[in-house]
Design a binder for this molecule. Structure first.
Ligand SMILES: Cc1cc2nc3c(=O)[nH]c(=O)nc-3n(C[C@H](O)[C@H](O)[C@H](O)COP(=O)(O)OP(=O)(O)OC[C@H]3O[C@@H](n4cnc5c(N)ncnc54)[C@H](O)[C@@H]3O)c2cc1C
Length: 447
């Protein structure tokens, strides 16, 4: 069966209390079923007799788990624990780098999401887990739970490049990857806008890094900006993989046809050394001088998974969640789940994937709370538009689901891709980026 771009968009859209805490709660206040002791302080959250689901991480997956758990199990008490005080989207941020979209389009309100979907947003960092007593420790107090879902996303892992913390700190601070939202993106935007000319290096790590197409999309957008502004400048894209990891035909043709002289692509470019003082990057076979750069190291599951002992040391120190691939439950534990980019399965680490997966995890939780049979496994859905030029606005597209194989891994299933950017379809895809994002933001932040 092939699924058209329009069907896929529709599918994404369809399937698609607030407490701000600075003071500690009254430590003497207790709740009958909770087992807090004198060493703990209780988060200032009203007691409940209902079953409580705590979701750690208010990104694409956590927001979706929180909303749909409450929707599918209205009698549950749902608490979203997120360290940030507002949401900024990574998807579409490459367009913001060159002012093609306002920051407001990317920025969203956790309080609104919680109000409209009848759960509690609790701003705090999760710091540990008392599994025996079912209590989440946070920077703003302890929260008891019946079920807990970790959806904390990713962290960077610089260990393949260096074990020198001072050097790592320089990379993080002076040349941030820009694959987590916030200051990293602001630094990157300033670098691009202030670039005077020469080589601007971007890198692509090996493996299933966050958002396979995003480094190639970013390279196109920055090259487009250099071209529009007639700068004597080019993007040097150093890819550790042996070719473009997704939408290869589309990106390769864009690189050669649209950005000749503004973008050079080097596959098989394992980085051997980065000299920040002399501004030279060495790969196995070549040396590149640079005027500015953004270095994207390999990624790992967010650190909280390791801290609470639910990360698995898979290949190359990836420390993603140690879960059953079909139930999302942590192996050897009960009532602890992991969703989103922190998962170990080889699904695309994308917002759309994390969102659709969040809906399935919510169904699992609701079935437990409502004492219904567990739902049958559903594949997550990856629907992904990548901009290839700004003026005119054009994009390429892929849709896929996944099917399990005998090996225990997953393969692409029902895949449809649309990588022809030159004609009318490229322009239609260019517009669809905004329709897709609006549909998903609306789903996560509105009722
Ligand atoms: C430049 C760029 C472009 C992209 N483009 C696309 C695209 O076009 N389409 C697409 O589908 N995807 C895209 N993505 C990928 C998408 O952003 C991610 O796949 C998605 O954000 C993953 O969702 P998540 O919920 O797993 O993690 P996140 O969205 O990262 O959310 C994790 C949340 O957990 C919070 N958290 C972490 N630890 C703690 C803790 N200890 N306590 C409390 N909170 C915590 C974090 O603050 C964060 O808010 C892009 C990514 C980038 C960087």
């Amino acid at each position: 069966m092939s699924i058209s771009r329009r069907d896929a968009l529709k599918f994404s859209a369809i399937t698609a209390a607030t407490v701000s805490i600075n003071a500690y709660a009254n430590p003497t206040s207790t709740k009958s079923k909770e087992t807090f002791n004198s060493n703990t302080f209780k988060a200032p959250i009203p007691d409940t007799k209902n079953q409580r689901v705590v979701v750690v991480g208010g990104g694409w997956s956590g927001l979706t788990v929180a909303k749909y758990t409450k929707r599918f199990a209205p009698n549950s008490d749902v608490i979203l624990v997120e360290q940030r005080d507002h949401f900024v989207s990574c998807p579409i941020s490459n367009l913001w780098l060159v002012d093609n979209v306002e920051l407001e389009f990317l920025t969203h309100d956790y309080l609104q999401a919680a109000r409209e979907n009848d759960y509690i947003y609790f701003q705090a960092a999760a710091t540990n887990l008392d599994k025996k007593n079912k209590i989440l420790k946070t920077s703003n107090g302890d929260i008891s739970y019946d079920y807990i879902v970790f959806a904390p996303g990713i962290d960077y892992d610089y260990s393949l490049w260096t074990d020198d913390l001072a050097f790592e700190r320089r990379l993080r601070q002076e040349y941030p990857a820009g694959f987590k939202p916030g200051s990293e993106h602001m630094t990157l935007k300033n670098k691009v806008k202030n670039f005077k000319g020469g080589n601007f290096i971007l890198t692509v790590p090996k493996g299933n890094y966050r958002c396979l197409p995003a480094p190639y999309e970013r390279a196109c957008i920055i090259a487009d900006y250099f071209k529009q502004n007639r700068l004597d400048a080019k993007v040097i894209l150093l890819d550790e993989n042996n070719t473009i990891t997704i939408k290869e035909k589309g990106f390769l043709s864009v690189f050669t046809e649209l950005y000749k002289g503004y973008l050079e692509y080097y596959p098989n470019s394992k980085i051997e050394n980065i000299n920040l003082d002399e501004k030279i990057v060495e790969t196995e076979f070549e040396e590149f001088n640079f005027e500015d750069a953004s270095f994207y190291p390999q990624i790992r599951g967010a650190k909280i998974l390791q801290t609470v002992g639910i990360a698995k040391d898979t290949q190359h120190n990836k420390l993603e969640g140690d879960i059953d691939f079909f139930t999302y439950e942590v192996k050897g534990e009960k009532d602890i789940f992991i969703s989103g980019d922190a998962r170990p399965m080889g699904f695309s680490k994308s917002g759309n994937t994390s969102h659709s997966e969040g809906q399935f995890v919510a169904k699992i939780l609701a079935a437990k709370i409502n004492k219904q049979p567990a739902p049958k496994w559903e594949s997550p859905t990856t629907t992904c538009f990548s901009a290839v030029s700004i003026k005119p606005q054009r994009a390429i597209y892929i849709y896929t689901q996944y099917a399990p194989m005998k090996s225990g891994r997953f393969r692409f299933d029902k895949t449809y891709s649309d990588e022809e950017w030159r004609g009318k379809q490229g322009a239609i895809n260019g517009d669809s980026i905004f329709d897709w994002a609006t549909a998903l933001y609306t789903d996560m932040f509105s009722s």
